[in-house]
Design a protein around this ligand. Structure first.
Ligand code: ADP
Ligand code: MG
Length: 396
C-alpha cells in the first residue's frame, strides 16, 4: 500500500510518455518537455492560510501532467484530455483578468501572472492530462496551475523557486480566475516532498518538511472523497473570510494569527457577534492543533493524532460551520468503526475527509463508510490511501 521510489519513477515515466504522445496527436509535433504537479490533502490547519496561520498538507500521488512546447505566433494553445473539445487558442494580448472563462483561465492566468511579474514568457502549446479528481477538495486547480507555471518557466528559461512558483499560481487563481484562495494549495503542490508533510507558516512562509510515515506505525491515512460539492461553497468561503477579517479588526490585530491560544476566552470576550467569535475561536484553536500535531509526530506518538483530528472536525462543524451532512456522516461513521480520528479537509461544504486508522481495519472501515452513505441516500464515496508524495517536477 506504500508507493516506493521505483513505483513513483515508473508511473512518472508512463504518464510522461502518455501525455507526450497525446501532445503529438493534438499539436502534430513533439513537446519540449513534460511537467507534473500533485494534488494535495491537508492533514490539519484548515481555514488558517488566509489568517497568517499554520497548515500541514501532503502531496498526493495523483498528478496533473502538462506536456509543453514554445510557439512563436503569440498564442497560448490549450488542450485538456479531461475536458475534450477543440484546442483553445488564446492570443497573448487577450489575456486579461476575468476575460478567459472555464478551465483555460487557470493556465492562461499563470501565463498572465508570469508576464505581470516581469518574466519574459511567450506563447506556448500545453496539453494537460490528470489523475487528480476535480472539485473533490484535493486541489486539482493548484495542480494545474503549478504544472503549467513550471512548464512555462522552463520553456522560457525562467527559474523561480517553489515559493515563487506557488505565488504566481495563487495570483493566477486570485486575480485572473477570480477565486480568493489562500496559499496552502499552491505551496503544497510546488514544495511538498515524498514521505513528508509540509509544515508551513503562512505569515513568514517558513516551510519545514516533517517526516510522515504512518505505515511504520501500523496505521494508514485515508482520504474519503464524498463526491458532493454544495453550491454554498464559494459564497460560504467568502463569508468566512470576511468574518475572520471583521474579527481581527474588532480585536485590533493584523490577523487572527496574533491571538494567543492561552487566555483565549478572555481574548474573545470583547467580540459582540457570536458568529464572529466562533470563527475566531476556530482559527486560534486550529493553529494550536497544528502545533500539537507537530509535537506528537516528533515524539513518535502517531496514534495520539487521532483525537486532534476529530477535535478539528468538531471545530469546523460547530464553530466555523463549513461541514455538511455527507462529511459529518463519513467522519462519524469512521470513528464509530474504530478509526483513531477523522476530519473534513479542505474548504468544506463537500469534498473530502481524512481518516487515521489501524492498517488492519482499513477494509472494514471503507465498507462501513460506503454502506452508511448509501443508507443515507448520499453518493458513493471514493476511499483511497493518502501516500505522501513528491511535489512539482519535470518528468520528461
Ligand atoms: P479543486 O481544486 O478542489 O479540485 P476547484 O473548483 O478549485 O476544485 O478547481 C477545479 C477546476 O479546475 C475545474 O473545474 C477546471 O476548471 C480546472 N481543472 C482542474 N483540473 C483540470 C484538468 N485536468 N483539465 C482541465 N481543467 C482542470
Ligand atoms: Mg481548487
Amino acid at each position: 500500500s506504500t508507493v516506493t521510489a521505483d513505483d513513483a519513477r515508473a508511473s512518472d515515466a508512463a504518464r510522461a510518455s502518455d501525455t507526450a504522445r497525446l501532445f503529438e496527436r493534438i499539436f502534430g509535433a513533439e513537446p519540449t518537455g513534460v511537467w507534473a504537479a500533485p494534488g494535495r490533502v491537508n492533514l490539519i490547519g484548515e481555514h488558517t492560510d488566509y489568517n497568517d496561520g499554520f497548515v500541514m498538507p501532503l502531496a498526493l500521488p495523483h498528478t496533473t501532467t502538462v506536456a509543453a512546447a514554445p510557439r512563436g505566433d503569440g498564442v497560448l494553445a490549450l488542450y485538456s484530455a479531461d475536458l475534450p473539445g477543440p484546442v483553445a487558442v488564446l492570443p497573448l494580448e487577450d489575456l486579461t483578468p476575468g476575460a478567459v472563462p472555464g478551465w483555460t483561465g487557470y493556465p492562461a492566468g499563470v501565463l498572465w501572472a508570469l508576464r505581470d511579474a516581469g518574466h519574459e514568457v511567450g506563447g506556448a502549446s500545453l496539453c494537460v492530462t490528470s489523475t487528480v479528481p476535480t472539485g473533490a477538495g484535493l486541489s486539482s486547480s493548484a495542480a494545474l496551475e503549478v504544472a503549467s507555471a513550471m512548464a512555462l518557466c522552463e520553456l522560457y528559461g525562467a527559474v523561480p523557486d517553489g515559493q515563487r512558483l506557488a505565488r504566481i499560481a495563487q495570483r493566477a487563481e486570485n486575480a485572473f480566475v477570480g477565486v480568493p484562495c489562500g496559499i496552502m494549495d499552491q505551496m503544497a503542490s510546488a514544495c511538498c516532498t515524498a514521505g513528508h508533510l509540509l509544515h508551513l507558516d503562512t505569515r513568514d512562509m517558513a516551510a519545514r518538511q516533517v517526516p510522515f510515515d504512518m505505515a511504520v506505525e501500523g496505521l494508514r491515512l485515508l482520504v474519503v472523497d464524498t463526491r458532493v460539492k454544495h453550491d454554498l461553497a464559494d459564497g460560504g468561503y467568502a463569508e468566512r473570510r470576511a468574518g475572520c477579517e471583521a474579527g481581527a479588526e474588532a480585536l485590533g490585530v493584523p490577523s487572527l494569527r496574533s491571538i494567543p491560544h492561552d487566555g483565549l476566552d478572555d481574548a474573545l470576550a470583547p467580540l459582540g457577534d457570536p458568529v464572529v467569535r466562533a470563527l475566531v475561536r476556530h482559527v486560534v484553536t486550529e493553529n494550536e492543533r497544528v502545533a500539537r500535531v507537530v509535537e506528537l509526530l516528533e515524539a513518535g506518538r502517531a496514534r495520539e493524532l487521532g483525537p486532534v483530528l476529530s477535535e478539528g472536525h468538531a471545530s469546523l462543524r460547530d464553530d466555523f460551520r463549513v461541514s455538511c451532512p455527507e462529511l459529518d456522516l463519513v467522519v462519524g461513521t469512521a470513528v464509530a468503526a474504530g478509526a483513531l480520528g477523522a476530519r473534513m479537509t479542505g474548504g468544506g461544504f463537500g469534498g473530502s475527509a481524512v481518516v487515521l486508522v489501524e492498517a488492519d481495519a482499513v477494509g472494514e472501515l471503507g465498507e462501513r463508510v460506503v454502506a452508511a452513505s448509501a443508507a443515507a441516500g448520499h453518493p458513493q464515496p471514493r476511499v483511497f490511501e493518502a501516500v505522501p508524495s513528491a511535489g512539482a517536477r519535470r518528468i520528461l
